[in-house]
Design a protein around this ligand. Structure first.
Ligand code: GLU
Length: 286
């Protein structure tokens, strides 16, 4: 089987330093483990995705010199998501949920990480009238054990982390959790390298992939994020500061690559790096 990794940015803004770091990890993992690279544009959120952001993803990546073997964009894959939804429906694993944001907040407990753990209120209601609703998947009440190549072993029960979770929202859009699982299966992704901020989604994604028929999950590595000197994640303002702005200001790719590696603690000095060197520094950290 082909071994494949993906880089999966959401075009809800221009790429920023956090994306650049993620891309470096993905290309480094591909180099280290001899994987082909798939670029997936995750534009499932039609309200926030914009054509200029999509264009700039291709353009910024190419400007740095990143190259990939295949690509896809979620907005062109509706029929694949519909088929996957049917697969779940046939197993009786999908139900509409009519709860408002306020009800969700008031009626459900929160997990240790502050996430709402949906208790399944709408599960027994069945499909009624045309009231606005999302669709939830019934997750098994089962501990998922999985291994992160950097962080070690995890045992997590998605039923206690989030409960039955939305796969399609009230506007009829596929959710991130659903689209990402369908794509990782359909596109034959064997390795997932992404930021630590998404780590807590892994157990539910493995559970959903199983329900969709993929028993062997991909291999995972969640990389550290860029933090400020106080150890906090990139602020909204820093995230809003885009590669595009730096490019427009005449800053070179080498300066940005060096700076990101420095901020991520991958090189001690803030000196420029070409792409090959930046990737090899990350390879050695894996
Ligand atoms: N689209 C997500 C993001 O830009 C990444 C999803 C993933 O790697 O699973 O944060």
């Amino acid at each position: 089987m082909e071994r494949k990794i993906r880089f999966a940015p959401s075009p809800t803004g221009y790429l920023h330093e956090g994306h650049l770091l993620s891309a470096l990890y993905v290309w480094a993992a591909a180099k280290k483990w001899d994987l082909s690279i798939h670029l997936r544009i995750e534009d499932h959120d039609r309200g926030r995705a914009r054509p200029e952001y999509i264009e700039s993803i291709y353009d910024d990546l190419e400007w740095f010199g990143f190259r990939w073997d295949s690509q896809s964009i979620q907005s062109e894959r509706t029929s694949i998501y519909e088929t996957a939804l049917k697969t779940l429906e046939k197993q009786g694993l999908v139900y509409p949920c009519y709860c408002s944001r306020k009800q969700l907040e008031e009626e459900n407990p929160k997990s240790e990480t502050g996430e709402i753990v949906y208790q399944g209120k709408c599960k027994a209601l069945g499909m009624t009238a045309d009231a606005p609703h999302n669709l939830r998947v019934i997750v098994p009440d089962k501990v998922i054990t999985w291994h992160d190549m950097r962080l070690g072993d995890f045992s997590e029960n998605p039923k206690l982390q989030c409960g039955d979770f939305p796969i399609r929202d009230r506007e009829g859009q596929w959710t991130y959790q659903f689209a990402v699982c369908v794509d990782d299966i359909d596109e034959g992704i064997t390795h997932i390298v992404r930021g630590e901020d998404i780590r807590s989604s892994t157990a539910r994604q493995i559970a959903l992939m199983r329900l969709l028929g993929r028993d062997t999950p991909p291999l995972y590595l969640h990389h550290p994020l860029i933090v400020d000197p106080a150890g906090k994640k990139l602020s909204k303002r820093e995230r809003a500061h885009s590669i595009r702005q730096d490019r427009d200001a005449g800053i070179s790719p080498e300066i940005l690559l060096g700076r990101v590696c420095h901020k991520a603690g991958l090189q001690s000095a803030d000196t420029p790096l070409n792409l090959e060197k930046a990737i090899s520094i990350v390879v050695h950290s894996l």
